[in-house]
Design a binder for this molecule. Structure first.
Ligand code: ACM
Ligand code: ZN
Length: 625
């Protein structure tokens, strides 16, 4: 009995030690395997860092910069490790097929920290994991010695595509903003930046062959202060002060900055729709030679499709693709293909002629003819074309990659891999982070949908109906921040964070290891890192959502209150007073009278309010006739 008791106590205490240590390690995305061991490594300014010469020459400077950023001191960095190093951090190249292209191992013992990877991408990821093992408040503490727990991590991503789309056509953002975001997202192992560079509201990339693209296409009339969807069209003779563009030198700088951070930049030139700015710059690309074109000032953009009939259109695009292919080292060029309005094509003699001569059955097939020709221009330059899921319409575009965005009426997330296309998920209902992330009245202006942090986190990119073979065609997932309602860097960051981090874990971590409860603890820890990096992140996850179903006969409503983050006590009131830590705890749906205010909020165990008090009026709003 005595022996049994002591073994039990030993096991129990061991598990407590291990549990407690694990809890302080909050890595996003969650690694494939992490075992905490006994002991610590002491990291100080005297700790030497050794980096294999085979890794990128710029990694050394990058590591130095981040150690300073995270800890406030610098370490000595050498290259190679000819003599055995003690009390050192070592990053070395290995040849271990199990780690793949982006995987790594990271082992911390009392005498060394060793990261190993086959590739630069892998060692970059190993370093990001190490950065997150360093306590988030290390810089604030100003300690000269940081204790890191001994552990072994073996890690690699679930998907090769873990992306973010930024739309800088609708609102141009400065180069510095982009560099800051690339730096931050790479800390969470996001590896693809899909850059939406052209649309109706502005052409943002310098193409030397066509100077009007930036001279005219990058600028629009000022309609700030008027709702995006109500803005009057621009007049030809009024000033066009709103906009901007990225010069080829800017782009080279951004691409190189991203490369050092293991991020591939995929440019998107959105064709043949979404082309109002392109048509404003070069009106001869239009079917309608009778119309004058100006860059759109807001959402309304009729006649925004370029002519698919004239050969001059294809020649022009070839010139654009030529420069884009040279400017961006990515394997991919995204050519859009979404929401192509075909009205102009139907009345255009050139488009009709093209249709007839190529025995095309309808204008959907004219779109696939157009996209297939652009695909040829892209593949000729050794690149692979990506398009939004509309490029499957008509006769489709064999060999292209589908970015599956539409949902509900459409199911490209299933149809594309079933048709044999490689597919990237960019779900309109789960990953469009231009939507609100909490109760709308507490959010900046945005489309009507609500996509909270938990919803982004819980997204599963592989539809369960796919066979194993079809599932293998899913390359990964990305969140998209469309730019209609992100006029400046501050609001853009508010929409990006923390939802980018949730999607980073969706893309990296196997579903069986994903765990919302652990993620919400990790996200709070990482809020400190976002603060340290001066990121204007959103706290909407703390704002509960109140919804109700009214019954007009009894003049009551069934009210549901849902927290996004589950770490706190959810309390509410029905009498219009602000809830306090002593208000009723919400457990299940409640019945409320019409014309009352339901208020709800989250409180810590100690009674501190987390986030905002949310109010919802229970009333029936009559629809306007
Ligand atoms: C899209 O949202 N039109 C791709
Ligand atoms: Zn035409």
């Amino acid at each position: 009995m005595k022996l049994f008791t002591s073994i039990f106590l030993l096991l129990f205490s061991l598990s407590l030690v291990s549990y407690a240590k694990q809890e302080t390690i909050n890595i996003i995305p969650r690694p494939a395997s992490l075992i905490v061991q006994k002991g610590h490594f002491n990291l100080t300014a005297q700790t030497p860092i050794s980096i294999s010469e085979s890794f990128d020459a710029k990694f050394k400077g990058y590591v130095q910069e981040k150690i300073k950023n995270d800890l406030g001191f610098t370490c000595m960095i050498g290259q190679g490790n000819t003599s055995p190093l003690v009390n050192a951090i070592i990053f070395e190249q290995t040849n271990d097929p199990s780690l793949g292209d982006e995987g790594y191992s990271l082992v911390i013992t009392p005498s060394s920290i060793t990261g190993k990877a086959n590739t630069y991408a892998g060692i970059f990821n190993a370093f990001q994991t190490l950065r997150q093992i360093i306590p988030a408040n290390a810089l604030k503490l100003k300690e000269q010695q940081i204790k890191l727990p001994c552990l072994t991590i073996l890690d690699k991503p679930r998907f090769e595509w873990r992306g973010l789309l930024l739309d800088h056509s609708r609102h141009f953002q400065p180069k510095e903003f982009i560099l800051k975001q690339l730096d931050e997202i790479s800390a969470y192992k996001v590896n693809k930046f899909h850059w939406h560079l052209t649309d109706d509201q502005g052409w943002r990339v310098e193409i030397k062959k066509y100077p009007n693209l930036i001279a005219k296409g990058a600028w629009r009339a000022d309609r700030r202060g008027i709702h995006w969807w109500s803005r009057e069209f621009a007049k030809p003779d009024e000033p066009k002060p709103i906009g901007g563009f990225y010069s080829q030198d800017d782009i080279k700088e951004i691409v190189e900055y991203a490369r050092v951070r293991n991020i591939e930049i995929i440019p998107e030139i959105d064709l043949p729709g979404h082309s109002k700015a392109l048509k404003a710059a070069y009106p001869y690309l239009s079917c309608r030679q009778d119309l004058l074109f100006e860059v759109s000032t807001g959402g309304r953009s009729p006649n925004n499709t370029i002519c698919a009939g004239r050969e001059s259109t294809y020649e022009f695009i070839d010139g654009v693709i030529e420069e884009i292919a040279q400017l961006f080292p990515s394997k991919y060029i995204h050519v859009g293909g979404d929401e192509c309005n075909k009205n102009d094509w139907t009345v255009c003699s050139e488009c009709n002629k093209r249709l007839k001569e190529n025995h095309l059955g309808n204008f959907e097939e004219l779109q696939s003819y157009f996209i297939t020709r652009i695909n040829h221009q892209v593949t000729q330059r050794g690149k692979t074309m990506i398009g939004w899921d509309e490029i499957m319409s008509g006769k489709g575009t064999p060999g292209a990659i589908i970015m599956a965005w539409r949902r509900n009426r459409y199911s490209p997330e299933v149809d594309a891999p079933r048709a044999g296309y490689k597919t990237i998920q960019a779900s309109y209902t789960e990953s469009y982070i231009n939507n609100h992330q909490g109760p709308a009245y507490l959010e900046p202006e945005a489309p009507r949908g609500i996509i909270p942090l938990k919803k982004v986190y819980q997204y599963e990119p592989i539809p369960s109906v796919l066979t194993e073979k079809e599932a293998s065609l899913i390359m990964g997932t990305q969140v998209c921040l469309w730019g209609e309602f992100t006029p400046n860097p501050e609001i853009s960051e508010l929409m990006l964070y923390p939802r980018v981090l949730a999607n980073a874990e969706v893309g990296w971590t196997k579903p069986e290891l994903k765990d919302w409860k652990k993620f919400e603890v990790a996200i709070e820890d990482n809020f400190k890192r976002l603060e340290r990096d001066k990121i204007n992140y959103s706290k909407s996850t703390y704002n509960p959502l109140i919804t109700f179903v009214p019954d007009t006969i009894s003049k009551t409503a069934i009210v549901e209150i849902k927290p996004d983050i589950d770490l706190y006590n959810l309390r509410y009131s029905v009498d219009g007073t602000d809830p306090t830590p002593h208000s009723k705890k919400y457990k299940k749906a409640i019945l409320a009278n019409f014309n009352t205010d339901i208020k709800a909020a989250l409180f810590t165990k100690k009674g501190e309010l987390q986030g905002s008090i949310v109010t919802q009026r229970i009333e029936v709003i009559k629809k306007k006739k």
